[in-house]
Design a protein around this ligand. Structure first.
Ligand code: PAF
Length: 278
């Protein structure tokens, strides 16, 4: 496995790779969710490039950029074990050199849900992912369903900007008790970790109600909200029942595929989760 930092080194390493190339962009501190993306890329592609870059432009000033967990040597060992060919670990100066002033913005679907609570977040994500696509030139790029809106926004960007690649969205990987894997789970103390299972329980409660015939989006949101409220350590930021393509909130009865999603605080730690129901 080749580990490169400079853009020129990356380009040289990319030239040596057998086609097709799969890209797995990450911010490091890898868990089984990331490794499932690598495994999917390994399965589909002749070569796999992973990137590790904690992208400052997708964090707002009050978010956790400086405390974001990092463990490069562990990450590299895991990627090597998974058979990754090249790892690119650019620095902020490489990605955003002095004078940098170019941004990629996807409009409508960046606005609701996470976009409404984290202004500027998706502009940072789409800008860095566009730069990763340009630098690595993959035929396939892998993202997790855990960040459902991110995946939708990136897919839109790839289409709109004619990136010659396919965006593959892989299922959320969960702990045995249902908690979606996330690097931010490491911030939780043992009580919060236990309480955090309420996100998946709330999603499942709404899914069960839907399976039993409940069709009102408002009622599904209420079921999720009420489940979250049973957990004293959980502070709900939002619950949503939205169209899976538009990400617009549904007001009447649901039809077809629907995205149930939420963001919940445990102390200072903000967790998100979602499922798609049909
Ligand atoms: O999902 C992430 O880890 C990040 O948002 C991504 C896609 C690597 C861009 O920084």
């Amino acid at each position: 496995m080749k580990v490169v930092t400079d853009l020129e080194e990356l380009r040289a390493a990319r030239k040596q790779l057998a086609e097709q190339v799969g890209l797995v962009p990450t911010m490091g501190y890898l868990h089984a969710g990331h490794l499932s993306l690598v495994a999917a890329a390994r399965r589909d592609c002749a070569s796999v490039v992973a990137t590790i870059f904690v992208n400052p432009t997708q964090f707002s000033p009050e978010e956790d950029l400086t405390s974001y967990p990092r463990d490069l040597s562990r990450d590299l060992a895991l990627l090597e074990e998974e058979g990754v060919d090249v790892v690119w670990t650019p620095t902020p100066e490489i990605m955003y050199p002095p004078g940098y002033q170019t941004w990629v913005t996807v409009e409508e679907i960046s606005l609701p849900l996470e976009g409404a609570r984290r202004p500027g977040h998706f502009r940072g994500v789409t800008t860095v992912v566009a730069k990763l696509f340009n630098a690595v030139q993959p035929q396939y790029a892998y993202f997790g369903q855990k960040d459902a809106q991110q995946a939708a926004v990136i897919r839109r960007m790839a289409l709109d900007l004619n990136f010659p690649l396919e965006v593959i969205v892989c299922p959320t990987v969960r702990e045995a008790d249902g908690l979606a894997m996330s690097s931010r789970n490491t911030y939780l103390n043992p009580q919060e970790r236990q309480a955090a299972t309420v996100l998946f329980r709330a999603l499942r409660a709404a899914q069960t109600a839907c399976n039993k015939g409940e069709r009102h989006a408002k009622k599904l949101r209420l079921i999720m909200r009420q489940t979250i409220e049973t957990e004293p350590l959980a502070k709900l930021q939002y619950v949503s029942c939205a169209g899976v393509l538009t990400l617009q909130e549904i007001e009447g009865e649901i039809t077809g595929e629907v995205l149930l999603s939420m963001a919940v605080f445990f102390g200072k730690t903000r967790l998100i989760d979602n499922i798609v129901i049909n």
